[in-house]
Design a protein around this ligand. Structure first.
Ligand SMILES: [Zn+2]
Ligand SMILES: [Zn+2]
Length: 232
């Protein structure tokens, strides 16, 4: 695991999709669950730090895309962890509703091949134990960890913010392709809403920005995010 901030780490060796680990007194909290099959890489990387999968107490899901919940069912089976997700994402995670992408997105043999090549596989259904919403605080994870709604890329996307640590886990609300970017258009059903979410997140004081993909940003973060939001 690579340490990002105090007791917060990111799993290394995943094909795609970041998984963050918060080490607490009662065990581990994961943020997102990468792709189907990634449970093996997660198990290996946790083991290097002296943890087993059974140390996972809970898994917070930012949104129900296959690169964020693919390994969720397997991780829950192995750990008995509690799953937290927004009420609009929970039925997708449970396999009761399909994932919603942009209206222009069409799945074809080619898109399936590309998905397979970059490591995206299936989305085995998983339980959701707790439905979370904007304004909630999750002291069992970090004393001041807030749930903030950031819809657009997914209707029920939530992000997690610690004001004391100036730390934001932003899921796919903000992308980093070298520079700060919008989420990928074909996987974003409501880009206008996604832009409003970025402007809202840009009002927070942030030092460490942990993306759903890419390397966390740690320098001049709020300044850069505000400059980016101003272009939208
Ligand atoms: Zn993603
Ligand atoms: Zn996504």
């Amino acid at each position: 695991m690579h340490r990002i901030h105090d007791d917060i780490y990111t799993i290394q060796g995943l094909p795609i999709g970041r998984v963050y680990v918060i080490a607490g007194a009662d065990g581990l909290t994961l943020i997102d669950a990468s792709v189907e099959g990634a449970e093996r890489a997660i198990e290996r990387d946790l083991a290097r730090a002296g943890y087993s999968l059974q140390a996972i107490r809970r898994i917070l899901i930012t949104h129900a895309h296959p690169d964020h919940v693919g390994a969720l069912a397997a991780l829950v089976r192995a750990s008995g962890a509690q799953v937290y997700a927004h009420a609009l994402e929970a039925p997708i995670i449970r396999g009761q509703q399909p994932v919603v992408y942009a209206a222009t997105y069409k799945e074809t043999a080619l898109t399936r091949r590309i998905s397979a090549l970059i490591g995206i596989r299936g989305m085995p259904p998983s339980q959701v134990d707790r439905e979370i919403a904007e304004g909630e605080v999750l002291p069992e994870v970090l004393p001041d960890l807030q749930v903030i709604a950031a819809p657009g890329h997914a209707r029920g996307q939530v992000v997690f913010y610690s004001p004391a640590r100036k730390l934001l886990f932003c899921g796919d609300a903000i992308a980093r392709f070298g520079r700060l970017s919008l989420p990928l258009a074909q996987f974003t059903p409501d880009m206008a809403e996604a832009k409003r979410s970025i402007k809202k997140l840009a009002t927070l004081e942030i030092e460490t920005l942990c993306f759903g993909h890419g390397v966390p940003m740690k320098r001049r973060t709020s300044e850069r995010l505000r400059a980016f939001a101003a272009t939208l």
